[in-house]
Design a protein around this ligand. Structure first.
Ligand code: NDP
Ligand code: OXD
Length: 315
């Protein structure tokens, strides 16, 4: 019998168990900690925010699956077993992220926050509106998610630039790469969309020094940031300082230094901030169970795993 342990914090594991039982009744799926189950019998760990030390206790593990696209929550485990770490790359998740990016880029571009406020006050208040082609959107992180979002933004008519470790060829998108081209990328960005992973190299990258390098001559008067990558990429005190100083015009934040966002955070009530609860691209058990099961089936039959993480790179 092949044993799958769901090691999940903050999410309800029930829908995952139900889907695995429906699609692969021949596998033994249980939520960890599972009474009476020997950790040495676990073949595959399916993890979201696994508590420290749990994965290290599975001594005969064949692979770890992250239940999300990000893997920082697993790579932070000091004694991670030396087995392949697989992450989610799935159209369902990718499309959700592109929906989120388009929604928030358009919300800022169309100045919807102003109209919401005007409606609340009962004021008929028009504003000058630009075509998408007047707006430069910069996507930091041109991986699976960034690339798809960039393509959608091109279709909407925006001028789109992308920044990543290596250069990319995406139709309609100007590619920038590495530290050497970061300043030029920022100087050409009115709306910054961050879809970077959290690694030692990216931690705190969204800081005041970076915000001051964004274009300040765009149609909206001040640059906008949208972060749906990870909270540890951003310095929240710097975001607030830059918003208050007018260096940033507004921010949409889906991820936070501490999650859930503490009730005491000034971000909750800041007039220029839109907060969403780390749900830009939820992991949907129905779609993702099928992806994981397809991979396990192939691996058990001698095939290769897909989307294996380069642990040294950290993403
Ligand atoms: P990928 O690994 O496919 O892409 C990561 C991109 O970031 C790559 O283009 C990579 O460059 C670039 N990158 C990494 N490090 C650096 C660096 N130091 N400097 C410049 N570029 C860098 O990841 P995904 O697109 O699948 O996911 C991105 C992140 O989105 C996840 O790690 C996760 O944190 C977040 N996420 C958030 C969700 C949410 O609901 N808020 C949902 C899902 C994911 P290169 O291509 O050259 O290697
Ligand atoms: C992910 C996430 O990494 O939901 O998939 O944050």
């Amino acid at each position: 019998m092949t044993n799958l342990a769901l090691v999940i914090q903050r999410w309800d594991p029930k829908p995952w168990v139900e889907r695995f039982n429906t699609y692969a009744p021949e596998l033994n799926v249980f939520v960890w900690p599972a009474e009476g189950v020997d950790p040495a019998s676990v073949d595959y760990a399916l993890a979201w925010l696994p508590p420290e030390g749990v994965l290290a206790g599975f001594s005969n593990l064949k692979a770890v699956f992250s239940l999300g696209a990000g893997v920082d929550h697993i790579l932070s485990e000091p004694k991670l077993p030396d087995v392949p770490l697989v992450r989610i790359v799935d159209p369902n998740l990718t499309m959700r992220m592109s929906e989120y990016v388009c929604l928030h880029v358009l919300m800022h571009h169309r100045q919807q926050r102003h109209f919401d406020e005007a409606q609340r006050k009962g004021v008929w208040s028009g504003r000058k509106q630009w075509a998408a082609s007047a707006m430069r959107v910069g996507v930091m992180g041109m991986g699976e998610l960034g690339r798809n979002a960039a393509e959608k933004l091109v279709h909407l008519g925006f001028q789109v630039n992308g920044w990543s470790n290596s250069h990319k060829q995406v139709e309609g998108v100007t590619s920038y790469a590495g530290q050497g081209e970061l300043d030029a990328f920022l100087a050409a960005t009115d709306i910054l969309v961050c879809l970077l992973p959290h690694t030692p190299a990216t931690e705190g990258i969204l800081n005041r020094t970076l915000f001051r390098k964004l274009a300040s001559d765009g149609p909206l008067g001040a640059p906008i940031i949208i972060n749906a990558g990870r909270g540890k990429l951003q310095v929240e005190a710097n975001i607030i300082a830059s918003l208050d100083a007018g260096e940033l015009g507004a921010a949409t934040l889906d991820v936070f230094e501490t999650e859930p966002l503490p009730a005491s955070s000034p971000l909750w009530n800041h007039p220029k901030v839109t907060v969403t609860p780390h749900n830009a691209a939820d992991s949907e058990p129905e779609a993702l169970c099928k992806y994981i099961l397809r991979q396990i089936k192939a691996y058990e039959s001698g095939g290769a795993l897909e989307n294996v993480v380069d642990k040294k790179a950290g993403y």
